[in-house]
Design a protein around this ligand. Structure first.
Ligand code: ZN
Length: 332
């Protein structure tokens, strides 16, 4: 009982500091990205899927101990002038010349950090260093996921400037937690080589930024059908009053958003697969079977069955979605 309480406190406090997708989505997209990899990469990544899923939220945890971590996860585009999403240089050095490093480090630089981490992953592949490959693949995937979250591209990151405080976790955590059973987690996408990785990540940032006005507007619209009491749940947490959206409101808002969140989730997985693949190709396509220990005919069969389940969008139903499995374990 005490253990359970301690765990709940831990999970709650972790959720509060979480930014970007909630843990559920960060973990889910790493699993889905693995399935999109080509034959030459799939066995190694599949064998390490537990690691990639478990460590998907790690960069968010790091924010606790490292004050320089936070701004790697977002970019407050408004701080870089009008239509910054289309005007900012793709290259970090040119961006520094235009805006100064101080501004970038202050207002966020997720697209540039992704390119930096891609370089690290490529180098790890080149060296054939298993631990480094896993470390950078997990971290890189996290930041790519964050770049798909609309509120990670704006100074109004929690709806706080438009009287919609709490919108951040509603969109990225609460709704996916409620709705994942209705999501399509299957994508026909296969990992694709990115000739211009910086352009690809900026496209994702522009798309996410483009979703902001609509998500703010829909929250206002849906609110019209709710009283304050129906819309918010007020709780006392550690002596402080906290206000969060009710499940009823979250469901109504999710419906108004249509497939937006599901689409962003799948786009995250797709681009993560592309970046992992591109890093491997840029490293000269090293033979991963040399560092893939314990691979057997049995694992091959298990993978084949799992891919079939993925194609049928039945990962959750067949209890193969690792992000939900971990949750079940924690709740036991
Ligand atoms: Zn993050």
């Amino acid at each position: 009982m005490l253990k359970k309480f301690a765990l709940t406190v831990l999970i709650t406090s972790v959720l509060i500091i979480s930014t970007g997708w909630g843990f559920l989505v960060h973990k889910t997209v790493h699993q889905l990205a693995v399935y999109e990899l080509p034959e030459a990469m799939l066995p190694f990544f599949y064998q390490q899927m537990d690691y990639l899923v478990t460590h998907a939220p790690r960069p968010d945890m790091r924010r606790n101990e490292d004050s320089t971590e936070a701004t790697k996860h977002f970019i407050d585009l408004e701080m870089f002038g009008e239509r910054a999403a289309t005007k900012m240089p793709l290259d970090w050095n040119r961006a520094v010349q235009k805006y100064t490093a101080d501004s970038l480090l202050k207002y966020g630089y997720v697209p540039y950090h992704i390119i930096y981490m891609k370089g690290k992953l490529t180098e790890a592949f080149r060296q054939g260093n298993k631990d480094s490959i896993l470390f950078y693949a997990a971290d890189l995937g996290h930041y790519i996921g964050d770049a798909h979250v609309p509120l990670h591209t704006t100074v109004n990151y929690d709806g706080q400037l438009t009287d919609q405080k709490g919108l951040h976790s509603l969109w990225e955590s609460m709704i996916p937690e409620l709705e994942i059973g209705n999501y399509s987690l299957y994508s026909t996408h296969k990992a694709t080589y990115l000739k211009k990785p910086a352009e690809a990540i900026w496209q994702a940032v522009r798309k996410a930024a483009g979703l902001v006005p609509d998500m703010l507007l829909k929250e206002k619209e849906v609110s019209k059908g709710f009283t304050e009491e129906q819309k918010f749940r007020v709780q006392i947490r550690r002596g402080k009053e906290t206000k969060s959206y009710t499940t009823a409101f979250a469901k109504a808002y999710a419906e108004a958003l249509g497939t937006t969140i599901n689409d962003q989730l799948r786009s995250s997985a797709n681009l993560i697969a592309d970046f992992w693949y591109t890093s491997w190709v840029d490293a000269g396509k090293p033979d991963l079977s040399r560092i893939n220990t314990g691979w057997s005919a049995g694992t091959q069969l298990k993978l084949a069955a799992e891919l079939k389940t993925f194609h049928e969008n039945k990962l959750l139903e067949n209890k193969l979605l690792l992000s939900k499995k971990a949750e079940v374990k924690a709740g036991e």
